[in-house]
Write a protein that binds this ligand. Structure first.
Ligand SMILES: Cc1cc2nc3c(=O)[nH]c(=O)nc-3n(C[C@H](O)[C@H](O)[C@H](O)COP(=O)(O)O)c2cc1C
Length: 359
C-alpha cells in the first residue's frame, strides 16, 4: 500500500502539473483577454467599426488586413506580409477574409445608423472602400458578431429545421455570391470524399505543414502575445509549451489522423454549405467572403455552429471536380463549411486595433 506521504507527494505533483497546465491553457489570462476582446464597442466611432471588422472570420487567423479612415468612410487594405503563399497562392482566401471584415464593418455601421456602399479598387492595390451614408438600421446579424465563432469540434448530428436552412440560404445571398446547402447523406458523402482527397494532398506537403505550423499557437501565452494565429484549444487540442507542441505536431500531423478527424466532424454535421460566386476574380472573392460571413452570423443567430472545411476548394484539381459534382458550371466554389449543433469552444484572439489601423 502506498504510504500517506507518497500519496501526498503524488497528489502535490498532479496538482502542480494541473496548475501548470491551467496557466498554459485557458487560465484566467486567456479567458479575461477573450472576454474583453469579444465585447461591444461604440459602432459610431472609427475604432469601434475597426473592432467589429477585426472580429470577422479570416484565413489561419492571419488577419491580413489594415484599416484606414477615408474622407467619407473606411478603407480596408490587404496586408501582403500576412499572406499564405502555400495554402492560398492566388490570395483568394486573403480577399475573402477582407470581405468577411467588410461585412462586419457594414453591419456595425448600420447599427450606428449609417448606410454603406462597398467598392473594390483593383487599381489601388486591391483596397476595399466603404463609403458611409445616412439612414442605416441595426439588424439581427450585427447582434451575432460577438456570438460567431469557428467551432471545430464534433457536432451532435441533429438536423437543422427547414425554416432555418432557408434563413441561412437567404442571409448568404449577396450580389455575385451565394451558398448551396447540402443536407442529404449521399451528397455529403460525395463531397466528403473530395475533402479527404484534398486533405491528403495538403497534409503530405511539407511546405503546407510548415506554413500551418507557423500559425499554430500551442498555448494561451503564445496566442495572447501574438494576438493572431490558431490557438490549440480552439480546435479542441490540449495546450502545450511551444517546443513540445511543435514536436508533437511534427509527429501527429499525418494523412491518416487528419482524414479520420475530418471524416468524423463532417459526418457529425447537419450539412455542408458551399459558397460559390459568379466569377473567379478578386472582386468576387470579396463578395464570397461577405456571403460566408453572413452565413456564419445567421447561423450564430439561430444557435447553429459552423466551421470551414476548405480543402476541396484549395487544391485546384479537386476544386474542378467539386465544381462538376455540384453542377456549378463556370461558377467558382469559394469555401466549404459544415454546420450543426455543438457547445461553444474557446474564442480566438485578435490583434489590438492600434496594430491594424493606418492613417
Ligand atoms: C477564407 C477563409 C478560409 C478559412 N479556412 C479555414 C480552414 O480551411 N479550416 C479551418 O478550420 N478554418 C478556416 N477558416 C476559419 C478561420 O481559421 C477562423 O475564422 C479564424 O481562425 C478566426 O477564428 P474565429 O472564426 O473563431 O473568430 C477560414 C476562414 C476564412 C474567412
Amino acid at each position: 500500500m502506498p504510504s500517506r506521504r507518497k500519496l501526498l507527494v503524488a497528489g502535490g505533483t498532479l496538482a502542480a502539473a494541473g496548475a501548470a497546465a491551467y496557466m498554459l491553457t485557458r487560465g484566467p489570462g486567456y479567458d479575461a483577454a477573450t472576454a474583453t476582446l469579444w465585447s461591444p464597442r461604440d459602432a459610431a466611432t472609427f475604432d469601434g467599426l475597426v473592432h467589429y471588422a477585426s472580429l470577422a472570420a479570416n484565413s489561419h487567423n492571419a488577419q491580413a488586413w489594415r484599416f484606414a479612415p477615408t474622407g467619407g468612410g473606411v478603407a480596408i487594405l490587404p496586408d501582403m506580409t500576412r499572406a499564405l503563399p502555400v495554402a492560398d497562392p492566388d490570395h483568394h482566401h486573403l480577399f475573402a477574409s477582407l470581405g468577411c471584415a467588410a461585412e462586419n464593418l457594414m453591419l456595425a455601421a448600420a447599427a450606428a445608423g449609417r448606410s454603406s456602399a462597398l467598392a473594390y479598387r483593383p487599381e489601388e492595390g486591391g483596397r476595399i472602400e466603404i463609403a458611409l451614408g445616412q439612414n442605416g438600421e441595426a439588424g439581427p446579424l450585427f447582434e451575432a458578431i460577438l456570438e460567431r465563432q469557428s467551432t471545430r469540434s464534433t457536432y451532435d448530428g441533429r438536423p437543422v429545421p427547414t425554416a432555418d436552412l432557408a434563413a441561412l440560404e437567404a442571409a448568404a445571398r449577396v450580389d455575385g455570391a451565394e451558398a448551396m446547402l447540402i443536407t442529404d447523406a449521399a451528397s455529403i458523402a460525395r463531397v466528403l470524399d473530395l475533402i479527404l482527397a484534398a486533405n491528403a494532398v495538403q497534409v503530405a506537403d511539407p511546405a503546407f505543414a510548415a506554413e500551418l505550423k507557423s500559425w499554430l499557437r500551442f498555448n494561451a501565452r503564445a496566442a495572447i502575445e501574438t494576438g493572431d494565429g490558431l490557438y490549440a484549444a480552439c480546435a479542441g487540442n490540449p495546450p502545450l509549451p511551444s517546443f513540445l507542441g511543435g514536436f508533437i505536431f511534427n509527429r501527429l500531423f499525418t494523412v491518416a489522423s487528419e482524414n479520420d478527424r475530418y471524416a468524423k466532424q463532417v459526418r457529425s454535421s447537419a450539412g455542408l454549405a458551399v459558397i460559390h460566386s459568379a466569377q473567379d476574380d478578386p472582386r468576387h472573392w470579396v463578395q464570397a467572403g461577405r456571403s460566408c460571413q453572413r452565413f456564419a452570423l445567421q447561423a450564430a443567430a439561430l444557435g447553429i455552429r459552423q466551421a470551414h472545411v476548405n480543402q476541396a476548394v484549395e487544391v485546384v484539381s479537386i476544386r474542378t471536380q467539386l465544381q462538376a459534382l455540384l453542377g456549378l458550371g463556370n461558377r467558382r466554389p469559394d469555401m466549404v463549411l459544415r454546420f450543426g449543433y455543438a457547445p461553444p469552444m474557446p474564442r480566438s484572439m485578435r490583434r489590438p486595433a492600434a496594430e491594424v489601423i493606418v492613417s
